[in-house]
Design a protein around this ligand. Structure first.
Ligand code: SF4
Length: 229
């Protein structure tokens, strides 16, 4: 049965706000709806949340659910990376649409740096990620999809996530099954784990859904089970 990715990876929104301005941004809608920030276009850092990373029970954390890593001030990034180094029991997932603006070199083995690719025009972001981020692990999220991305260079990539636009935006993009299958087939040919997000279920049907996580994330989930709350 298809599961929600949020059941395996928990949002930890250390930064709220983003300047990129995607028309389909659910984070901006939520930030406005729940009065989480004065002005979403001005990213705000919440260092008080860093203490959540001190929990001993391992977790997979998604740190850019309401921001883009490229929009983080370098001083915020330094503080967060230092905290990550002190807490290697967790895995930490980041996403960006502006990898060319990053300059990261890290020895953190539990950091997962990814790019979002939503169309064939954006697949150069994967090469830009390799060029501008050194260390950690790479992943790619194809969501939402506006056209057929086609052949992608997945060298060094250790996880591929595929989805479709969520929400009720007028004219929202719906991923076509053949686009999803094409990307999944390329990843699987290279033995890269593929996770089709739950919103693809009505498009693909249960039998076609693939929901794989990298081994490091699975280990965290296994370890979690051995902990009492
Ligand atoms: S990059 Fe992400 S957080 Fe920023 S506007 Fe686009 S969808 Fe929203």
């Amino acid at each position: 049965m298809a599961v929600c990715l949020k059941s395996s990876i928990q949002n930890l929104n250390l930064v709220i706000g983003c300047t990129i301005g995607c028309s389909y941004c659910y984070a901006r809608c939520n930030a406005r709806r729940f009065h989480m920030s004065e002005d979403f276009e001005k990213p705000v850092y919440f260092p008080g949340k860093l203490r959540l990373m001190e929990r001993s029970r391992p977790r997979n954390y998604f740190l850019t659910g309401m921001s883009d890593l490229a929009g983080w001030d370098p001083s915020w990034r330094a503080e967060v990376f230092a905290k990550m180094a002190e807490n290697p029991q967790h895995q930490y997932v980041f996403l960006t649409k502006r990898p060319e603006q990053l300059s990261i070199s890290t020895t953190l083995d539990n950091a997962w740096f990814g790019v979002t690719v939503t169309s064939s025009r954006e697949k150069g972001r994967i090469a830009a990620l390799r060029e501008h981020v050194h260390g950690g692990h790479y992943h790619v999220t194809f969501e939402p999809l506006f056209d057929e991305v086609g052949t992608v260079d997945l060298r060094g990539v250790e996880w591929v996530v595929i989805g479709t636009e969520t929400g009720r935006r007028k004219g929202k993009a719906v991923s076509r099954p053949e686009w999803v299958y094409g990307l999944a087939a390329q990843a699987r040919a290279q033995k890269i784990p593929v996770f089709m997000k739950e919103d693809l279920l009505p498009i693909l049907g249960e039998a076609q859904m693939i929901q794989q996580l990298p081994p490091a994330f699975c280990r965290v989930l296994e370890e979690q089970k051995s902990w009492r709350k």
